[in-house]
Ligand binder design. Structure first.
Ligand SMILES: Nc1nc2c(ncn2[C@@H]2O[C@H](COP(=O)(O)OP(=O)(O)OP(=O)(O)O)[C@@H](O)[C@H]2O)c(=O)[nH]1
Ligand SMILES: [Mg+2]
Length: 297
């Protein structure tokens, strides 16, 4: 049998479970996940393999009406990632009501010519009766080539979706070595893993006002790696939240991030976190480059 390889754009509203699905299809965690909307910022490609097929999955930030510069850059990255894909996978949170954000995204997706696959995610917590209505309503609008009902967290339905995607990939040589799981650099993943801890450990208004930047990365001869990262926030009050009492919160964030990064790169990690207040960090071009986004005017 000959090799297949193709591009799949994973689109959907914030919090629909796009990154969780990419991780499930890849079979390992390549993208960060949190219960908060707008977790994904960097455009990231997860690489899944099924038989002879290599499936390149572009995880995108949730799509919504852009306001801040960062939002505009994220939306641009999302649509760019979807362009020229062999398939568009549209992920819908089947446990949530169809709101304005989903509507805005559907209106955009309807215009696209790429063959679409409709994925109703979170069936483990969705009401069975609602599912069928939702599936038929959306199928009528989007005319997808297939509809899947899945749970990205417990894996139900994921192998069927993967097989379908594999069969849909065009014939051609693989683009990546067999053991490569994503296109992100270790530096980038490390910064994302720290940001994931900010999302998981702090309350809701902070994470979106924060970013993580790598200041220094040193692979030592003794097999360990020294990493300095800067956590950027917009206000002094936010810095206080990140630090916690006597620096306890920052310590807990650092500990969890260090473990996750160590596991990812397979080396012992010495992680140093610094918190910096910069009211306009989202106007810093260098940072956009670091998180894989293009500056959006
Ligand atoms: N119960 C359940 N929860 C899920 C499922 N898939 C994802 N989640 C949860 O939904 C939340 C959002 O998941 P993400 O993968 O970060 O969602 P996303 O679409 O990438 O979100 P953004 O990056 O913010 O656009 C997380 O808390 C996940 O654990 C699922 O199939 N079932
Ligand atoms: Mg995401």
């Amino acid at each position: 049998m000959s090799q297949r390889c193709g591009l799949v754009a994973v689109l959907g509203a914030p919090n629909a479970g796009k990154s969780t699905l990419v991780n499930a299809l890849v079979g390992q965690k390549v993208a960060i996940v949190s219960p908060k909307a707008q977790t994904t910022r960097a455009r990231l490609m997860g690489i899944a393999i099924d038989g002879e097929a290599q499936i390149l999955l572009v995880d995108t930030p949730g799509i919504f009406a852009p306001n801040r510069r960062l939002d505009r850059a994220m939306v641009a990255a999302a649509w760019e990632g979807a362009e020229g894909a062999d398939r568009v996978v549209l992920v819908i949170d089947a446990a949530a009501k169809l709101g304005q954000r989903v509507e805005a995204m559907l209106a955009e997706v309807e215009q696209r010519r790429e063959p679409k696959i409709l994925v109703l995610n979170k069936v483990d917590i969705a009401k069975k009766d609602d599912l069928l209505v939702l599936a038929s309503t959306l199928a009528e609008r989007l005319k997808p080539e297939a509809v899947f009902m899945i749970s990205s967290t417990n894996g139900d339905g994921v192998p069927d979706l993967k097989r379908h995607l594999a069969a849909a990939m065009p014939e051609g040589p693989w683009h990546f070595p067999v053991d490569q799981l994503s296109d992100a650099t270790d530096r980038m993943v490390a910064a994302e893993l720290t940001r994931e801890q900010l999302y998981l450990q702090l309350h809701s208004e902070l994470p979106y006002a924060s970013a993580v930047e790598t200041e220094k990365w040193e692979d030592r001869k003794d097999g360990s790696t020294v990493i300095h990262q800067q956590i950027l926030v917009e206000r002094d009050s936010q810095k206080a939240i990140v630090l916690g009492k006597g620096g306890s919160r920052l310590k807990a964030i650092g500990q969890a991030a260090r473990e996750a990064i160590g596991e990812h790169i397979g080396r012992k990690v010495h992680l140093f976190l610094h918190v910096k207040v910069n009211p306009r960090w989202d106007e810093d071009r260098g940072l956009y480059r670091e998180i894989g986004l293009e500056w959006a005017e």
